[in-house]
Design a protein around this ligand. Structure first.
Ligand SMILES: *Cc1c(COP(=O)(O)O)cnc(C)c1O
Length: 381
């Protein structure tokens, strides 16, 4: 008997230790991690981050947001890099999106937010209401009013939903949970131009794509755009829970004194972890190496699955890669695990690879060999 709600499908394995890019289970078996939690431990189980958290733990681990925080200032400065934005720290992705929705409504005085089909923005009421998947909202109605859903990568679908009460558009640049689907560049450019002309705020959910995942600090840098609001979480603290909202300084008055808040958000351990994570990512050519490793992984996958009828598409950016397949994805995940490789699914027909950004070329080769075996054993090719 379990004392837990059965809201997760848990595999019959428990990771009790970790070392770099490897996970170790209760029997002492080692697995190569191609999941980073779910896009969280982006630097693997990293000794520098561990040390930064330990050092902070020695000093003080909590101080409420009614006192100054040098660490929050430092982390914000690293995330922002210009004076155009300001930051608010929270504890999770869904909280960052809640803050984004509240900020957009208050800053514009308008209520409608256009999101996209197959999006994922979180599980609390606001973020769930912004999520374009019926299954996630099923039997939780009534949802928060004011959200509309356009077809992803379809500008005219978006445009047809705009009214004079449209406050913002909210999207992921690579839809993560629903199948690693990238937004195409012309779509984004049309969308952004239209939003600028009509004073509609642009909210980019970088919770999965941010913090180096795609080979840039933020995925929006691939699209030459400057969002009004950016939300972050997953990789930001390399596994220590933290979320963030970045908003343009010109709308920041809407979050004046008393308007929004959190008890734990921006806590010292999370900030120490985030600071070390960001320092590591911005060091030298770290992000370039992520980009090259991503290209290498994509090339290897394209090469080995070239003639597989069961592999219908391979796509992604940096180290966020999806393999669309007609095979049973859950069987592939569990087969890979028995061979010592941890991978993820996305949507109903995609194998999702989110290795730590610290993955090596040798580890990529190791994973590709295992993936090939898994597909060989399950597909009918
Ligand atoms: C994971 C995720 C969220 C939700 O983050 P939580 O920390 O689980 O609340 C929101 N948006 C995107 C794009 C995500 O990948």
């Amino acid at each position: 008997m379990s004392y837990l709600f059965q809201n997760y499908m848990r595999a019959d394995v428990e990771f009790i230790k970790a070392n770099g890019n490897y996970l170790i289970d209760q029997t002492g078996r080692t697995y190569l991690d191609f999941s980073s939690g779910i896009g969280v431990t982006n630097l693997g189980f990293n000794k520098d981050v561990k040390k930064a958290v330990e050092q902070q733990l020695e000093l003080i681990w909590h101080s409420p947001n009614i006192y100054k925080s040098f660490l929050q200032e430092k982390v914000a400065e690293k995330l922002i890099r210009t004076e155009d934005y300001v930051a608010f720290f929270c504890n999770s992705g869904t909280e960052a999106n809640e803050a984004a929705i509240k900020l957009a409504r208050k800053a514009t005085g308008k209520s409608e937010i256009i999101a996209f089909e197959h999006s994922f923005h979180g599980r609390t009421y606001g973020s769930m209401s912004a999520t374009g998947q019926e299954a996630i909202k099923f039997n939780f109605e009534p949802v928060v009013p004011g959200f509309k859903f356009a077809e992803f990568n379809n500008f005219s679908s978006f445009k047809s939903l705009v009214t004079k009460d449209t406050a913002a558009v909210m999207l992921e640049l690579i839809q993560g949970e629903s199948g690693v689907r990238p937004a195409n560049k012309t779509f984004i450019q049309q969308l952004v131009k239209f939003c600028n002309q009509h004073h509609i705020l642009l909210i980019i959910d970088e919770i999965q794509t941010g913090i180096g995942r795609t080979g840039k600090l933020f995925a929006y840098e691939h699209y030459d755009i400057s969002p009004d609001i950016i939300t972050l979480a997953k990789g930001l603290g390399n596994g220590i829970p933290v979320g963030a909202l970045l908003g343009k300084r010109n709308i920041s008055d809407a979050f004046g004194y008393g308007s929004h808040g959190t008890t734990f958000g921006g806590n010292r351990l999370a900030m120490a972890a985030a600071l070390k994570t960001l320092e590591t990512i911005e060091y030298s050519n770290f992000l370039e190496s992520v980009y090259h490793k991503g290209e290498y992984l994509l090339n290897c996958l394209n090469k080995i699955f070239k003639d597989y009828l069961s592999v219908t598409d391979i796509r992604g950016k940096g180290l966020m890669i999806g393999i669309e397949t007609t095979c049973n994805i859950n069987e592939i995940v569990s087969n890979a695990r028995t061979k010592g490789l941890i991978i993820l699914t996305a949507g109903t027909n995609v194998i999702r690879l989110l290795p730590p950004l610290t993955i090596t070329f040798e580890q990529i080769e190791e994973a590709v060999v295992i993936l090939k075996e898994c597909f060989n054993e399950l597909s009918s090719d």
